[in-house]
Design a protein around this ligand. Sequence first.
Ligand SMILES: Cc1cc2nc3c(=O)[nH]c(=O)nc-3n(C[C@H](O)[C@H](O)[C@H](O)COP(=O)(O)OP(=O)(O)OC[C@H]3O[C@@H](n4cnc5c(N)ncnc54)[C@H](O)[C@@H]3O)c2cc1C
Length: 473
Amino acid sequence: MNILILGAGFAGHTAALHLSHLVRGKARITVVAPKNRFTWFPSLIWVGTGTMSEERVHFELAPVYEKLGIEYVDGRAEVIAPDDRTVTVRLPDGSTQTIAYDYVLNATGPYLNFEATPGLGPAHGTTQSVCSVEHAVAARDAYLESVRAMERGTRQRLVVGVGHPTATCEGAAFEYIMNLDWDLRNRGLRDRAELVWLTNEPDPGDFGVDGVETRKRGSVVTGKALVQMLFDENNIKTMIAAGVTKVEPGILSYDQVGVDPGTLTYDFAMLIPQFRGIPMKYVARDGSDITEKMAAPNGFMRVDADYTPKPYDEYRANDWPALYRSPHYENVYAAGIAFAPPHPLSKGKKTAAGTVIQATPPRTGMASGIMGRTVAYNIADQIAGREPSHHARMSEMPAACIASMGKSIWNGSAASIIMVPVARDFQKYPEYGRDMNLCDLDVGIGGAWTKRLLHDAFMWKLQAKPGWQMIPE
Ligand SMILES: Cc1cc2nc3c(=O)[nH]c(=O)nc-3n(C[C@H](O)[C@H](O)[C@H](O)COP(=O)(O)OP(=O)(O)OC[C@H]3O[C@@H](n4cnc5c(N)ncnc54)[C@H](O)[C@@H]3O)c2cc1C
């Protein structure tokens, strides 16, 4: 029995760790991923502000897999042939290898689609990103150049947020701007920087999940009010419900709800690109291309979700996938960012010029890890001759996010956000769609300690060091 995992990120690597125990002696596990490394993305915001070295956010996969008896192939999956049960992989030397499987998990994460916004991204030497180790290092260097300009007395405009009207991952960009704010204060340069938050979210604190509320001493506190307060207190200007449409050196063109399209000059910009599925071709036994059947137009793989188009008010909890299994092949799964969400979580808006401004739902590290574990258990069920019995709908799943607002455990801070479940379920929780006894929002130094602890705890767990199973996803 061969289990093939494509991708060694939060979803794929977590699935591999669990499967190494669940099917020990019953199946051979192979992981295909390029570059032989796992990246702990949550700490890239610190790499991008120069407060953590890049060596601390990744580790080599091969020794971990050797320890667990997992085969590792350094390569990129290009073609999945679900009838033949094979995957074609491009190896670093340009040759290809075809690998047979009985079960396959597509956990290949996002393709960073800079091309969707003309001129966006480090390749054009215009804007920065913190979506990979290399990008975060380049962002740090560009930021430090701005710091040097401020030290010489030159005022700088730093724009942070998302670089496409339908981008996701606003939470990471929020952490980045709050860490810039903190770092500039520590350097005594904050008064020489204008910080601008540019986002496609319909409201501050939406984060692509339709925001969050909690009850504190009988009153409802919203993430929107909390995040707006943080921006006001820290003198961060905001451009909400805005989408970047084009970038030229030093100039962003944008369209925004309620405002005429315009341009904004910048000295430094960190803008997260739109995400698509990793380019992957699916072929049938007769060689015909079945990519349209297997994947959504955005390249993410369709799973057991309800993809029927419907208006926002008709979204249902059960639209979200439970098993993360292809509706067409019972041995093909997709988890993490690689699966196609059935619809957004936040309400989209349209500008007067007709641009759709829509935050795409995040599939965060925690959610991706839970999905990876769920798929591992479902594959183990199938190998044992049972129907898959493990569910992890985003409309059932909790999410805990610690948004860093300064790394130091002495004077740092973080916003801690708990939502249960991620996707609102109005049938179960008619008032807010979430369990208000469990949802929580808090800001303080305790979050900064937790964020640092999480870094170390997860780097331990993900290297399968003793007791790793006791650390949850
Ligand atoms: C700066 C930043 C900060 C973040 N902070 C947080 C946070 O604080 N908390 C949180 O929960 N989430 C956070 N996230 C989100 C989190 O990192 C993602 O949700 C998570 O990485 C998604 O997991 P994944 O397994 O789907 O994809 P990834 O982790 O991106 O893994 C994808 C894997 O697939 C591999 N791959 C790519 N192409 C191929 C191919 N063709 N064949 C085989 N393998 C391939 C990649 O090399 C990688 O190993 C952050 C993200 C960023 C960018």
